[in-house]
Design a protein around this ligand. Structure first.
Ligand SMILES: Cc1cc2nc3c(=O)[nH]c(=O)nc-3n(C[C@H](O)[C@H](O)[C@H](O)COP(=O)(O)OP(=O)(O)OC[C@H]3O[C@@H](n4cnc5c(N)ncnc54)[C@H](O)[C@@H]3O)c2cc1C
Ligand SMILES: *[C@@H]1O[C@H](CO)[C@@H](O)[C@H](O)[C@H]1NC(C)=O
Ligand SMILES: *[C@@H]1O[C@H](CO)[C@@H](O)[C@H](O)[C@H]1NC(C)=O
Ligand SMILES: *[C@@H]1O[C@H](CO)[C@@H](O)[C@H](O)[C@H]1NC(C)=O
Ligand SMILES: CC(=O)N[C@H]1CO[C@H](CO)[C@@H](O)[C@@H]1O
Length: 458
């Protein structure tokens, strides 16, 4: 008897869900599934998909393993090859004046294939997240405007329920629906989101060359730069040294570069300063709030000026997409830094419904591993499903979940401890100790080439 082709439904066309779709299609000759993917957004341009994200060795490897060779050919559009002698793809940490504290030795790679072959997950290529998503959307029949609100299990499958009243039947349901995953909330209601007590504001801006030149002069050419202040306040700047090519872009005289900027501070500061009311629906109000803290918490110096000037570049209203390098641009708002430790609950029962990426293990952005781990999940789950049969589907899901849980719980907690340590309000004297301690650590990790900051992979 010919066996019926099993159906897999993916909820969420983010980086994880799309990579997983490609992996199932790529494995079709070994194991065929009828795959459907649903997304709540109304279309590819519904929401700003921005940010620079670092794709590291295991992320790149899983990505290449999951997508077809023809789609892999497009990868350089999203992750252009590092520019030798100009860009340094790596992390650096400086104090509030831009004086270097920590810069782990990081092997520079020439392209996505070389990063995939390194054994050290510090090596990364800073990637345009929106373009990576565009590439992954190619040839994928996403069903847009379909918001999942839950599911119903039956003896022989799962009904997936949508807000529009429709439902779809499947054999396996994969929730790749991000940190607020409704699939997770139903599967594991006791698995809670952990709130760091850190507020962050993130924006993508078009930075003029002269501003970036000043930053590089002060802080080096690292593509992923962080500074820490006295009060748990942090700034992040991610950029590629690649000019924006845009026909009608504002000032044709000046060269512009995309940069992602992030400002973080302990949320409790907002309670102490509630005279400063913020309207999260209004970018201008949020940017003023960020600048208020930067001026208040940071000394007057070139580093502070650069950060303030970067925040001034955030569009105050939704910009005309024809004149702006980003196809869509949502207003900036305050967000909470949060994560999910998948091992914070005792039992995960493996059923027909499983989770992938942020839905299972949202991770703070400090180590830049969230997308890499979502992509790695896609590979591990697609491999586990190669053994799928109507009788043993539970063991496939269990195999995936066992590996995913351990790996990611470790990563989530590691990222959390670093974020919380950075957010401690050390004060002026404390900062002298902390900064000197970090300079010593920096000396040793560079001297001995130690990379204890990241997980070792084969
Ligand atoms: C500033 C910043 C910097 C970062 N830097 C890095 C980095 O350097 N490296 C790194 O690896 N990671 C980084 N990350 C994290 C990374 O972006 C995420 O971890 C990654 O996108 C997770 O992928 P995902 O597919 O699990 O979830 P998402 O990409 O969030 O996708 C979830 C999808 O599900 C959809 N969805 C949600 N609910 C529903 C519903 N009810 N029904 C249908 N669809 C739904 C959403 O619309 C979305 O499209 C960063 C994040 C931030 C904020
Ligand atoms: C930038 O990084 C490269 C590594 O690619 C390094 O060789 C170069 O000296 C750096 N340039 C500047 C201006 O710091
Ligand atoms: C990566 O490693 C594999 C296996 O060792 C090899 O076949 C491949 O050529 C390498 N790719 C690059 C770009 O170095
Ligand atoms: C553009 O550059 C030219 C020559 O350098 C200069 O004269 C002119 O004022 C500039 N225009 C703008 C708008 O900056
Ligand atoms: C790859 C990796 O980091 N694996 C780790 C997963 O977590 C367990 C403990 O929870 C570690 O022992 C593994 O090394």
């Amino acid at each position: 008897m010919q066996q019926k082709i099993p159906t897999v439904i993916i909820i969420g066309a983010g980086l994880g869900g799309l990579t997983f779709y490609h992996a199932l299609i790529k494995n079709k000759d070994k194991k065929e599934f009828d795959v459907k993917i649903f997304e709540r957004e109304s279309g590819p341009q519904d929401r700003w998909q921005g940010y620079h994200i670092g794709i590291n060795n295991y992320g790149a490897r899983s990505l290449i393993n999951c997508i077809s060779p023809s789609i892999a050919l497009n990868l350089p559009k999203a992750m252009p090859n590092p520019i030798p002698n100009l860009e340094y793809h790596g992390f650096s940490l400086a104090d509030h004046t831009g004086s270097l504290l920590l810069k782990p030795p990081t092997k520079q790679v020439k392209d996505v294939y070389e990063v995939a072959n390194t054994t050290n997950s510090l090596s990364t290529i800073i990637t345009y997240r929106d373009r990576l998503r565009d590439i992954l959307l190619e040839n994928v029949p996403v069903q847009w405007g379909k918001k999942c609100i839950g599911y119903e299990e039956t003896d022989d499958g799962v009904w997936v329920l949508f807000e529009d009243g429709s439902k779809e039947f499947c054999d396996i349901l994969v929730g790749a629906d991000g940190v607020n995953s409704p699939v997770r909330k139903q599967k594991l209601p006791e698995l809670q989101i952990f709130d760091y007590g850190i507020t962050m504001i993130i924006a993508d801006v078009a930075a003029p060359k002269n501003l970036l030149d000043r930053l590089i002069k002060l802080n080096g050419n690292g593509t992923f730069q962080e500074t820490v202040g006295f009060y748990g306040d942090t700034t992040f700047i991610f950029f590629r040294h690649i000019p924006i090519e845009q026909e009608n872009f504002e000032n044709k005289n000046e060269t512009y570069y995309r940069a992602t900027i992030l400002y973080g501070y302990p949320t409790k500061l907002d309670d102490e300063h509630d005279e400063h009311k913020v309207d999260d629906e209004d970018s201008a109000s949020v940017v003023n709030h960020v600048k208020y803290y930067i001026r208040k918490l940071r000394p007057k110096c070139e580093m502070t000026n650069i950060v303030l000037e970067l925040w001034d570049l955030v569009p105050k209203t939704t910009p005309d997409s024809k004149k702006y390098p980003f196809k869509t641009y949502n207003p900036v708002r305050r967000r909470k830094m949060r994560d999910i430790d998948p091992l914070s609950i005792n039992t995960w029962t493996s059923i027909r419904v499983t989770l992938l990426g942020d839905a299972a293990h949202a991770t703070s952005p400090v180590l830049g591993i969230g997308a890499n781990n979502a992509i790695e999940d896609a590979e591990v789950l697609s491999k586990a499903l190669l053994n799928y049969s109507p009788e043993n589907y539970i063991s496939c899901i269990k195999e995936y979940e066992n590996e995913m849980l351990k790996r990611n719980s470790t990563d989530v907690l590691h990222s959390r401890s670093i974020a919380l340590r950075q957010a401690s309000q050390v004060g002026y004297i404390g900062s002298i100790f902390r900064n000197n301690f970090m300079r010593i650590v920096n000396f040793f990790i560079n001297f001995f080439d130690l990379n204890f900051l990241v997980r070792k992979t084969s």
